[in-house]
Design a protein around this ligand. Structure first.
Ligand code: SF4
Length: 382
């Protein structure tokens, strides 16, 4: 639940990618242009293709609502029941939706309207740039059932934005978020760590500024060097050095804790793995890991356990109680946390107990007769 209290419902997001559409920019880390071309105008064929993709995605993901069970008088009741479980959304990702021609935006959004009317989906979300937000554009989105707008903010440090050739300022972000909140949109913010010209201090500044904007959720991506980007040239010439995986995990951990304590959900940590991304030569360098979030959360559990162990060393057998969702986090990648804790604190065994009532992100350590607890909320960090 956020400070704004709007994410109590689970989301089923059906992503439709409109790569680089509407984007006249060339951020140094982005390879969309080299893959798709940077033409902001869409051909009628590609619009038809995307519209077909929407229908296919809905047919695949909403098969329960399309099945005969949902026909007839039970229909409304079952839909209401489903509605309590999660919200279904079509998401236009990959480009700058509101940067596209109005006509194209309307064509794509119109394709979704019959699905909203039939109750197959509840709303639409789009991703875009902060400098592509204006009052008229937002009115259009409202009219077509868009409830969520995700902004690619990346950094709130002017020098970092310039160095990354983002083509917008931190002030554009403030204005865009103000307009979005003012019109009642759910606001998502995407930030990156390890951009050229950024450092730990800049990252902390960005996180604090973003918290001040009260987004409903954030996504955090470590910068990686992709083929076909200017960043790759800079990397090869020695002008840019990516973060190591450990550095990226550490920065993301700090960002994650701050957002968590501010009540802002971090809905993604690290790039989504995909066959394209994991193709042999796509990522040339940088802190990519297919389970990046797990690395961050298991590192937090290691810190919590170490912190609690530092207080007491009564027994050589330790019992750790966690929520079912955190079993892999206390274990760490390939049980690394358990090995390291055993070695560091001279333990002969660590037994894991699962407690359904234990909140996620919290740990209870039973060391002899002593019982200590810690959570993401109370873990000390500087
Ligand atoms: S604004 Fe987005 S789509 Fe455009 S170049 Fe930058 S990262 Fe790529």
């Amino acid at each position: 639940m956020t400070k704004r209290g709007k994410r109590s419902q689970r989301h089923l997001i059906m992503p439709i990618f409109v790569p680089h559409m509407g984007c006249p920019h060339h951020c140094v880390f982005c390879n969309q242009a080299s893959i798709t071309g940077s033409n902001p105008h869409m051909s009628p064929d590609s619009i038809t293709e995307i519209i077909n993709e929407i229908s296919e995605e809905v047919a695949l993901r909403c098969s329960d609502l399309l099945s005969p069970v949902f026909q007839g008088p039970l229909n409304d009741q079952l839909r209401a029941q489903r509605g309590r479980l999660f919200r279904r959304e079509i998401a236009f990702y990959g480009g700058s939706f509101t940067g596209m021609e109005k006509k194209v935006q309307m064509q794509l959004l119109s394709a979704v309207q019959p699905l909203i009317r039939k109750g197959l989906i509840d709303s639409v979300r789009v991703s875009t740039r902060p400098d592509c937000i204006d009052p008229q554009g937002l009115d259009l989105l409202k009219e077509y059932g868009v409830m969520t707008v995700e902004l690619g903010v990346q950094s709130m440090v002017e020098e970092v934005l310039q160095c990354s050739r983002r083509g917008h300022t931190a002030d554009d972000v403030l204005k865009a978020v103000g307009l979005l909140h003012g019109r009642g949109f759910e606001v998502g913010i995407q930030i990156m760590v390890g951009l050229p010209g950024d450092d730990a201090q800049g990252n902390a500044f960005t996180v604090d500024r973003v918290i001040g904007l009260s987004p409903h959720f954030v996504r955090i991506y470590p910068t990686v060097v992709l083929k076909g980007t200017l960043l790759l040239k800079w990397y090869r010439s020695g002008r840019y050095t990516p973060l190591s995986l450990e550095e990226a995990v550490d920065l993301c951990k700090r960002a994650y804790l701050k957002f968590h304590r501010a009540g802002i959900p971090v809905i993604r940590l690290g790039l989504q793995s995909s066959p394209e991304l994991e193709a042999e030569d796509c990522i040339v360098a940088g802190p990519y890991h297919p389970a990046f979030r797990h690395l961050v959360e298991s590192s937090l559990f290691y810190d919590m356990a170490s912190c609690l162990m530092g207080k007491s060393r009564e027994a050589r057998i330790l019992r750790a109680r966690v929520s079912p969702s955190d079993v892999s986090n206390i274990r760490g990648q390939k049980n690394r946390n358990l090995y390291q804790l055993r070695e560091r604190f001279g333990l002969s065994d660590i037994q894991i107990e699962v407690d359904m009532k234990q909140p996620r992100g919290s740990l209870i350590l039973m060391n002899g007769r002593k019982l200590d607890r810690m959570s993401y909320q109370t873990l000390p960090f500087s």
